[in-house]
Design a protein around this ligand. Structure first.
Ligand code: SAH
Length: 230
C-alpha cells in the first residue's frame, strides 16, 4: 500500500470515529448544532500525543505532557455552548494547552485569542495550529490577568480550575451597548471539583453581571503566577 492510501484509510477511519463522537455528545445533551459541527470539523487526533491517537475520539481527557491535559470533548462542547459564540465574536481562551478548544472556536468563525503559561507547550501548539491553518493569536502569560491588548471580548473561556473569579477577566468583557454583553465561562472551585459558572455582563458598572451555575467538572488547576512557583 502506498503511503498516501494509508493516509486515506486513516482519514476515513478518523472521520467515522469523529461522527460517532458527535453522536455521543448529542446523546449526552449537547444541542447546539454549530458546536457539534465544529467538533465534527476539528481533527482531534492531531492534538493528542501520538501515543494516544487511537483514543483521540473517545470522550475523555488525555495527557499532553507537563502534567496538562487536552480537555474531554464533552467539556469543550459544553463550555463552547455556554459561550454562545456568533461569527466574528472576539473570544479569549485562558489555557491554550493542546490548542483543541481554540481550533473548535475557529471553526465557529470566532476571532480567537489564547493565553498559556507554559512556554514549551505553547511553542509546540503554535506550530500545530499554524500547520493546520487555524488562525489563533497566542501569548505566553498569566491568564488570570486576561489579555488587555485585545480587550474587550464577547466571550472568555477559562479551561483550568479557578479557585475564584479573576477581576481582570470580568473587566475585559464587553459592555452590553444595546446588544448582549460579554460572557465569561469558568469552572470555579478547588482541586476536588468545580462548578461551571457563567457571568454575563449586564451593564457598565463593576457589579453589573448576571451569574449562573451549571454542572460540576474537574479541571487541572489555573495557576496564579504571583502566588505560585510551580
Ligand atoms: N484548552 C486546552 C486545555 C488545556 S488544560 C485544550 O483544549 O487542550 C489547561 C491549560 O491551562 C494548561 O495548558 C495550563 O498550562 C494552562 N494554565 C494554567 N494556569 C494558567 C494561567 N494562569 N495562565 C495561562 N494558562 C494557564
Amino acid at each position: 500500500m502506498s503511503p498516501s492510501s494509508h493516509n486515506d484509510k486513516d482519514a476515513r477511519q478518523f472521520r467515522r470515529r469523529r461522527e460517532r463522537l458527535v453522536q455521543q455528545l448529542r446523546d449526552r445533551g449537547i444541542q447546539d448544532e454549530r458546536v457539534l459541527a465544529a467538533v465534527d470539523a476539528v481533527p482531534r487526533h492531531e492534538f493528542v500525543d501520538p501515543a494516544f491517537r487511537s483514543r483521540a475520539y473517545s470522550d475523555e481527557a488525555l495527557p499532553i505532557g507537563m502534567d496538562q491535559t487536552i480537555s474531554q470533548p464533552f467539556t469543550v462542547a459544553y463550555q463552547t455552548s455556554l459561550l454562545e459564540v456568533e461569527p466574528h465574536d472576539r473570544i479569549l481562551e485562558i489555557g491554550t494547552g493542546s490548542g483543541y478548544q481554540a481550533a473548535v472556536l475557529c471553526e465557529m468563525e470566532a476571532r480567537v485569542f489564547s493565553v498559556e503559561r507554559h512556554e514549551a507547550l505553547l511553542d509546540r501548539t503554535r506550530s500545530l495550529l499554524d500547520d493546520l491553518g487555524y488562525n489563533v493569536r497566542t501569548t505566553r502569560g498569566d491568564g488570570t490577568k486576561g489579555w488587555l491588548a485585545f480587550a474587550p471580548y464577547d466571550g472568555i473561556v477559562v479551561t483550568a480550575a479557578a479557585p475564584d473569579i479573576p477581576d481582570a477577566l470580568l473587566r475585559q468583557l464587553r459592555e452590553p451597548n444595546g446588544t448582549r454583553g460579554g460572557r465569561l465561562v469558568i469552572p470555579v472551585g478547588g482541586p476536588d471539583g468545580q462548578t461551571m459558572t457563567r457571568l454575563v455582563r449586564s451593564g457598565d458598572g463593576p457589579h453589573d453581571y448576571n451569574r449562573e451555575e451549571f454542572h460540576n467538572f474537574r479541571f487541572v488547576p489555573l495557576v496564579d503566577e504571583e502566588n505560585d512557583d510551580s
